[in-house]
Write a protein that binds this ligand. Structure first.
Ligand code: 6PG
Length: 240
């Protein structure tokens, strides 16, 4: 299946974050109305921090949320570089509002942690929303160029990663196929460092981000800085 892309370009991070807050809130409310819960996969890295903080300040996170991780870094429990710690501290620091949070026990090492998380995800069908970041080399979650992306439906849903170019080298990641089992997939991309990856994606190169192919398509939210060739608003119509 082809990847269907929709591009949403905003002047700066503040505007980008506001739009995402609104979109996430809309999707979560509708999921809770329909199914009594909101199943969301969250990204690590720095880009989503303002989004998580805004959602927290808005009181958006509820006990009806089920939060999963797209990837985790193999570091000791509680390490400040772990994605679960960053998400807990920025999104729901107040224990009164803790959602279900299915963390990846990456302290066990990539293989054991991947097997454990595959068990957690086994009864879970389609996610309501998968939020992803984009690396300078086109990676997403911990799916790096040249590694097994797990694109086929029969692939393991959770993959151990041993030689990641972004430290730490050992990680655990959902496969491309598992990340694509979602009603909505949003990428959040900001800053000049991401231009080359965006250009490669637009050119149709097989970067890992291009391997996420949900049936409903992918929405990429980015700021002007990440989109150098299209900084002039009048040029936006040239986008695919
Ligand atoms: C991680 C990630 C990774 C991240 C991108 C973008 O844990 O490292 O999940 O895929 O989203 O590398 O990171 P930044 O947002 O920090 O640029």
């Amino acid at each position: 299946m082809e990847q269907r892309l929709r591009w949403h370009i905003y002047p700066d991070m503040a505007e980008l974050t506001s739009r995402l807050v609104a979109a996430v809130s809309r999707i979560s409310s509708s999921a809770v109305r329909q199914n009594g819960r909101f199943r969301v996969v969250l990204a690590g890295g720095n880009t989503p921090v303002p989004l998580y903080e805004r959602l927290r300040d808005r009181g958006a996170v509820r006990r009806t949320w089920e939060v999963y991780l797209g990837d985790e870094r193999c570091l000791p429990e509680g390490d400040p570089e772990r994605n679960d710690r960053m998400i807990r501290e920025t999104l729901f620091p107040d224990p009164g509002e803790w959602p279900v949070f299915a963390t990846i026990p990456s302290e066990l090492g990539p293989d054991a942690a991947a097997a454990h998380y595959a068990g957690i995800l086994a009864p879970i069908g389609e996610f309501d929303l998968v939020l992803l970041g984009l690396g300078q080399d086109g990676h997403t979650a911990s799916l790096f160029p040249g590694s097994d992306l797990g694109t086929q439906g029969g692939a393991d849903p959770v993959l151990p990663v041993r030689q990641a170019p972004k430290p730490p080298s050992e990680r655990v990641t959902l496969s491309a196929a598992r990340l694509g089992r979602a009603a909505s997939v949003f990428f959040m991309v900001s800053g000049t460092g991401k231009r080359e990856a965006i250009q490669a994606w637009l050119r149709g190169e097989k970067i890992p981000a291009a391997a996420i192919r949900p049936a409903g398509g992918v929405d990429v939210f980015l700021d002007y800085e990440a989109m150098p060739a299209f900084r002039v608003p009048g040029a936006l119509s040239r986008l695919p």
